[in-house]
Design a protein around this ligand. Structure first.
Ligand SMILES: Cc1cc2nc3c(=O)[nH]c(=O)nc-3n(C[C@H](O)[C@H](O)[C@H](O)COP(=O)(O)O)c2cc1C
Length: 156
Protein backbone atom coordinates (compact mmCIF):
# COMPACT_ATOMS: atom_id res chain seq x y z
CA UNK A 1 0.00 0.00 0.00
CA UNK A 2 1.36 3.44 -0.90
CA UNK A 3 1.00 5.93 1.93
CA UNK A 4 -0.63 9.18 0.90
CA UNK A 5 0.78 12.25 2.68
CA UNK A 6 -0.75 15.68 2.23
CA UNK A 7 1.46 18.67 3.05
CA UNK A 8 -0.12 21.96 4.13
CA UNK A 9 1.96 25.13 4.49
CA UNK A 10 1.41 28.39 6.36
CA UNK A 11 3.68 31.24 5.40
CA UNK A 12 4.06 35.02 5.31
CA UNK A 13 7.37 35.47 3.49
CA UNK A 14 7.76 32.08 1.80
CA UNK A 15 10.31 30.26 3.98
CA UNK A 16 7.77 27.66 5.18
CA UNK A 17 6.70 27.09 1.59
CA UNK A 18 10.33 26.39 0.61
CA UNK A 19 10.62 23.86 3.44
CA UNK A 20 7.30 22.28 2.37
CA UNK A 21 8.53 21.90 -1.25
CA UNK A 22 11.72 20.29 0.05
CA UNK A 23 9.67 17.96 2.28
CA UNK A 24 7.53 16.96 -0.71
CA UNK A 25 10.66 16.01 -2.68
CA UNK A 26 12.25 14.10 0.18
CA UNK A 27 9.10 12.17 1.10
CA UNK A 28 8.46 11.33 -2.56
CA UNK A 29 12.03 10.03 -2.88
CA UNK A 30 11.36 7.90 0.22
CA UNK A 31 8.58 6.16 -1.72
CA UNK A 32 5.53 7.98 -0.35
CA UNK A 33 2.68 9.38 -2.42
CA UNK A 34 2.78 13.12 -1.68
CA UNK A 35 0.29 15.89 -2.47
CA UNK A 36 1.36 19.50 -1.95
CA UNK A 37 -0.46 22.56 -3.18
CA UNK A 38 0.57 25.77 -1.38
CA UNK A 39 -2.89 27.22 -2.13
CA UNK A 40 -4.99 24.19 -1.21
CA UNK A 41 -8.41 24.84 0.32
CA UNK A 42 -10.05 22.83 3.09
CA UNK A 43 -12.42 21.26 0.52
CA UNK A 44 -9.47 20.02 -1.56
CA UNK A 45 -7.61 18.78 1.52
CA UNK A 46 -10.63 16.94 2.81
CA UNK A 47 -11.40 15.33 -0.58
CA UNK A 48 -7.87 13.88 -0.76
CA UNK A 49 -8.57 11.62 2.26
CA UNK A 50 -4.87 11.39 3.23
CA UNK A 51 -3.28 8.70 5.42
CA UNK A 52 -1.03 11.40 6.88
CA UNK A 53 -0.87 15.17 7.26
CA UNK A 54 2.29 17.26 7.44
CA UNK A 55 1.82 20.89 8.43
CA UNK A 56 4.77 23.21 7.81
CA UNK A 57 4.04 26.61 9.29
CA UNK A 58 5.72 29.79 10.40
CA UNK A 59 4.41 32.03 13.21
CA UNK A 60 3.49 35.66 12.76
CA UNK A 61 2.22 38.58 14.88
CA UNK A 62 2.59 37.58 18.53
CA UNK A 63 2.27 33.81 18.28
CA UNK A 64 -0.31 33.64 15.50
CA UNK A 65 -0.76 31.41 12.48
CA UNK A 66 -0.20 32.99 9.05
CA UNK A 67 -3.39 34.32 7.42
CA UNK A 68 -3.35 31.71 4.66
CA UNK A 69 -3.79 28.92 7.23
CA UNK A 70 -6.62 30.49 9.23
CA UNK A 71 -9.53 29.32 7.00
CA UNK A 72 -8.21 25.74 6.77
CA UNK A 73 -7.67 25.51 10.53
CA UNK A 74 -11.14 26.93 11.26
CA UNK A 75 -12.74 24.49 8.81
CA UNK A 76 -10.81 21.53 10.26
CA UNK A 77 -12.14 22.47 13.73
CA UNK A 78 -15.73 22.90 12.54
CA UNK A 79 -15.84 20.21 9.87
CA UNK A 80 -16.97 16.58 10.04
CA UNK A 81 -14.86 14.27 12.25
CA UNK A 82 -12.94 12.52 9.50
CA UNK A 83 -9.40 12.87 10.88
CA UNK A 84 -9.43 10.41 13.77
CA UNK A 85 -6.44 8.06 13.41
CA UNK A 86 -4.85 9.98 10.53
CA UNK A 87 -1.07 10.19 11.09
CA UNK A 88 0.55 13.58 11.50
CA UNK A 89 3.69 15.66 11.73
CA UNK A 90 4.39 19.37 12.28
CA UNK A 91 7.37 21.51 11.29
CA UNK A 92 7.45 25.01 12.80
CA UNK A 93 9.42 28.00 11.56
CA UNK A 94 9.91 30.78 14.05
CA UNK A 95 12.40 32.94 15.82
CA UNK A 96 13.54 32.24 19.37
CA UNK A 97 13.70 35.98 20.05
CA UNK A 98 9.89 35.83 20.38
CA UNK A 99 10.41 34.00 23.67
CA UNK A 100 7.26 32.22 24.83
CA UNK A 101 5.70 32.72 21.40
CA UNK A 102 8.52 30.83 19.66
CA UNK A 103 6.83 28.60 17.08
CA UNK A 104 3.46 29.21 18.76
CA UNK A 105 1.68 28.72 15.41
CA UNK A 106 3.13 25.23 15.08
CA UNK A 107 2.12 24.48 18.69
CA UNK A 108 -1.45 25.48 17.76
CA UNK A 109 -1.38 22.84 15.01
CA UNK A 110 -0.20 20.21 17.54
CA UNK A 111 -3.21 21.17 19.71
CA UNK A 112 -5.49 20.97 16.68
CA UNK A 113 -4.20 17.44 15.95
CA UNK A 114 -5.14 16.42 19.49
CA UNK A 115 -8.65 17.85 19.07
CA UNK A 116 -9.10 16.03 15.75
CA UNK A 117 -7.60 12.72 16.84
CA UNK A 118 -4.67 13.00 14.44
CA UNK A 119 -1.83 10.81 15.75
CA UNK A 120 1.37 12.85 15.89
CA UNK A 121 4.22 10.46 15.07
CA UNK A 122 7.08 12.52 16.49
CA UNK A 123 7.65 15.81 18.29
CA UNK A 124 7.15 19.01 16.32
CA UNK A 125 10.38 20.22 14.70
CA UNK A 126 11.06 23.86 15.69
CA UNK A 127 13.31 25.71 13.23
CA UNK A 128 14.82 28.91 14.60
CA UNK A 129 15.42 31.64 12.00
CA UNK A 130 18.02 33.26 14.26
CA UNK A 131 20.10 30.07 14.23
CA UNK A 132 19.78 28.72 10.71
CA UNK A 133 20.35 29.97 7.19
CA UNK A 134 19.00 26.79 5.64
CA UNK A 135 15.82 25.49 7.28
CA UNK A 136 15.35 23.03 4.38
CA UNK A 137 18.63 21.28 5.21
CA UNK A 138 17.94 21.41 8.95
CA UNK A 139 14.60 19.68 8.42
CA UNK A 140 16.15 16.76 6.54
CA UNK A 141 16.93 14.35 9.45
CA UNK A 142 13.47 14.96 10.96
CA UNK A 143 11.83 14.29 7.57
CA UNK A 144 13.78 11.04 7.13
CA UNK A 145 12.57 9.90 10.55
CA UNK A 146 9.00 10.95 9.65
CA UNK A 147 9.10 8.91 6.42
CA UNK A 148 10.41 5.85 8.32
CA UNK A 149 7.79 6.23 11.08
CA UNK A 150 4.99 6.49 8.51
CA UNK A 151 6.10 3.32 6.77
CA UNK A 152 6.37 1.45 10.10
CA UNK A 153 2.98 2.74 11.33
CA UNK A 154 1.20 1.65 8.19
CA UNK A 155 2.87 -1.80 8.03
CA UNK A 156 1.84 -2.61 11.65
C1 LIG B 1 5.97 40.48 12.06
C2 LIG B 1 6.59 39.18 12.47
C3 LIG B 1 6.10 38.50 13.57
C4 LIG B 1 6.68 37.27 13.98
N1 LIG B 1 6.18 36.64 15.09
C5 LIG B 1 6.78 35.48 15.51
C6 LIG B 1 6.30 34.82 16.69
O1 LIG B 1 5.37 35.23 17.37
N2 LIG B 1 6.92 33.66 17.04
C7 LIG B 1 7.97 33.12 16.33
O2 LIG B 1 8.48 32.08 16.71
N3 LIG B 1 8.42 33.75 15.19
C8 LIG B 1 7.85 34.90 14.77
N4 LIG B 1 8.32 35.52 13.63
C9 LIG B 1 9.44 34.92 12.89
C10 LIG B 1 8.98 34.12 11.67
O3 LIG B 1 8.06 33.08 12.02
C11 LIG B 1 10.20 33.48 11.00
O4 LIG B 1 11.02 34.52 10.50
C12 LIG B 1 9.86 32.51 9.90
O5 LIG B 1 11.05 31.90 9.44
C13 LIG B 1 9.16 33.19 8.73
O6 LIG B 1 8.72 32.18 7.85
P1 LIG B 1 7.82 32.51 6.56
O7 LIG B 1 8.73 33.14 5.54
O8 LIG B 1 7.32 31.17 6.10
O9 LIG B 1 6.70 33.38 6.99
C14 LIG B 1 7.76 36.74 13.23
C15 LIG B 1 8.26 37.43 12.11
C16 LIG B 1 7.69 38.64 11.74
C17 LIG B 1 8.25 39.39 10.56
Amino acid sequence: MTIHVVIVSGTVFGAAEDVAHHAAELLTDAGLNVSYNPHATYAQLSALKPDALLFVTSTTGMGELPDNLQPIVAALRDGPPQWQGVLGGVIGLGDACYGEDFCAGAHLICELYEELGVVQLQDMLPLDASETVSPETDAQPWLTEFADSLKMAVVQ
